[in-house]
Ligand binder design. Structure first.
Ligand SMILES: Nc1nc2c(ncn2[C@@H]2O[C@H](COP(=O)(O)OP(=O)(O)O)[C@@H](O)[C@H]2O)c(=O)[nH]1
Ligand SMILES: [Mg+2]
Length: 349
């Protein structure tokens, strides 16, 4: 999964990046010259730890979330997103919009997460509107594109009303055309409220909650500055600092759950002496498609999947015991993979 950290300059994107990845990219660097930061986190999964212990696996592979943190525009109306930023976030699966709720004296305006949420959503919509208008100009000139005319005319009206394409009603057969354009306002968006350290306990203002809900957006909150310091401590001191702040776990763990929920992702597992591993897929994916995540040959030559639920495997203790107890299931290509399914694929190419 690829996540783009976006938001206005000085909202704390790079601080959030550091807090989540445990890296130490330079914060406070504004301006368009600031280079993009890239980082990866491994998604902690006790199930993979346990399986790799049982098998003494040579390799243990966790799911990954990739982050890109690009410099953002200043918080003012319609300043326009620059092309570098647009290109960098075009490819991501989800946007995380960092909203500043702390006082930053380097900026001319005070904190106002609702204002910034509205302004940034407008920036995304304007960027898409320009692209849609550009496409419509071509549609008029090129006969082959005429079938797109109705779709993009409706999309234009939607965007002109200031609404993101995320909420644009289209027919299922129009989805692939839209998907080709990788519109920014159509991407999943998680709003992340960056709180001042002394507000961690109070949480988000009601106003922001209402604004996010009205847009159908999920949000999480953290104090990125405190979380960045936490992420750079060793495990023992981390626990101490978290307890001191009245927190149960680092923001990273909450973030991962929020991101999986937002994108409706689950993990299936594979196990063995060579490797125990978690694979991230969309909820509702078939066994055949899920096999394709491992190798295209598995999808092409799919015969069947042998499935044990993680819980059964742990409580019964081995594959043989699961087989005896009838807990090893043979599933066909249409089987819908469940979170925590331990899968083994039979295929023929
Ligand atoms: N007090 C406070 N300051 C923060 C917090 N997050 C970021 N900052 C500060 O805000 C400034 C901008 O942060 P940065 O991460 O570089 O913002 P970016 O421009 O969005 O990448 C820096 O001086 C940070 O130390 C926070 O949670 N609390
Ligand atoms: Mg930055």
């Amino acid at each position: 999964m690829k996540v783009g950290l976006v938001g206005f300059a000085g909202s704390g994107k790079t601080t959030v990046f550091n807090a989540l990845t445990g890296l130490s990219a330079e914060v406070g660097g504004y301006g368009k010259s600031a280079k993009a930061n890239m980082g990866v986190i491994q998604v902690p999964d006790l199930r993979v730890e346990k399986l790799s212990q049982i098998f003494n696996s040579k390799k243990k592979t966790l799911a990954r979330i990739e982050f890109v943190d690009v410099a953002g525009p200043e918080s003012k109306e319609a300043s326009g997103l620059d092309q570098k930023l647009i290109n960098a976030i075009r490819e991501v699966d989800a946007l995380v919009l960092v909203l500043r709720a702390f006082e930053n004296h380097a900026l001319p305006v005070g904190p106002d997460p609702v204002r910034d949420l509205e302004l940034f959503e407008a920036e995304l919509a304007i960027s898409d509107l320009l692209q849609v208008e550009h496409r419509l100009e071509r549609v008029v000139k090129e006969k082959a594109l005429e079938r797109e005319k109705d779709l993009f005319t409706r999309a234009k009206t939607h965007l002109e009303a200031g609404k993101p394409l995320r909420t644009f009603a289209h027919r299922p057969d129009e989805a692939p055309t839209l998907a080709n354009f990788r519109f920014l306002s159509q991407k999943h968006l998680l709003s992340l409220v960056n709180l001042p350290e002394d507000h961690i306990a109070q949480g988000t203002s009601q106003g922001l909650k209402a604004a996010a809900q009205a847009r159908g957006l999920q949000y999480i909150e953290m104090s990125a500055h405190a979380e960045m310091e936490i992420s750079q401590l060793d495990a023992e001191h981390q626990a101490e600092f978290l307890a001191h702040l009245g927190l149960k776990e680092p923001a990273r763990d909450r973030f991962i759950r929020a991101a999986y929920g937002l994108l409706d992702l689950i993990s299936f597992l594979t196990m063995g002496e060579d490797e125990s591993r978690a694979w991230t897929i969309k909820r509702g994916m078939s066994a055949q498609k899920a096999g394709g995540r491992i190798h295209t040959d598995i999808e092409r030559g799919f015969i069947r999947a042998e499935v044990i639920s993680y819980e059964d495997f742990i409580s019964l203790g081995s594959e043989a015991k699961c087989r005896e107890a009838g807990r090893l299931r043979l599933e066909g290509k249409e089987y819908i993979v469940q979170d925590g399914d331990i899968m083994s694929f039979r295929f023929n190419v």
